[in-house]
Design a protein. Structure first.
Length: 196
């Protein structure tokens, strides 16, 4: 019988960090940032207070890690979605994948409401720039290269489209009609096509 392989310190550290992030996500969704205490986080993750502070200097640093993780997960879901051949259709499909990703319980609150309040707009924009807005930027660059959209400033267009999709995610989280929002967003993207 083989003895169980002992985990290395880096493996234990990675496991503890992941447990803290997962437990913190649940707590922040359930109670909000302000109403989640570090003792609650330690208990939920099944670690010591020392382990928490070994990985994160404060609660806000742990919240930052949760937001980074959530934002990266959204980008991964967008990138994993089937991409049509048409660059315009690919932009539309990417936007729909974003809305699907944001439908995960608590994600809209974390990324669009709590994160700006806790981390500040500039930091949230920097996180988004590495993830969701990056995917939009890449889609716009591909569409420009294919001649599928008129020449537009890529960065400004990516920011504006990102804001439109964020607004739609907030509306859908409130229970508004997805069909209406998708139709409006589709019309905006199709409006980028050059005149025929």
């Amino acid at each position: 019988m083989l003895a169980a392989k002992r985990r290395t310190n880096p493996e234990r550290s990675t496991t503890t960090r992941a447990a803290l992030i997962a437990a913190a996500r649940e707590a922040f969704v359930a109670h909000g940032y302000a109403n989640t205490s570090t003792p609650d986080l330690v208990k939920a993750a099944g670690v010591t207070r020392g382990a928490l502070y070994h990985h994160f200097v404060e609660k806000q640093a742990l919240f930052h890690a949760v937001i980074e993780s959530e934002s990266a997960a959204v980008a991964a879901e967008i990138e994993a979605a089937p991409s049509p051949d048409s660059p315009i259709a690919a932009l539309i499909a990417g936007g729909e994948a974003y809305l699907d990703a944001m439908a995960m319980p608590g994600r809209t609150r974390l990324l669009l409401i709590d994160a700006p309040a806790v981390l500040g707009r500039a930091e949230v924009d920097a996180i988004d720039d590495r993830n969701g807005v990056r995917t939009l930027r890449e889609g716009l660059v591909a569409a420009l290269a294919a001649g599928a959209i008129r020449p537009v400033p890529v960065e400004a267009t990516a920011q504006l489209l990102g804001a439109a999709y964020d607004r739609a995610a907030l509306a859908l989280a409130r229970g508004e009609d997805r069909t209406d929002w998708l139709a409006a967003l589709r019309a905006i993207i199709e409006g980028l096509a050059p005149p025929r």
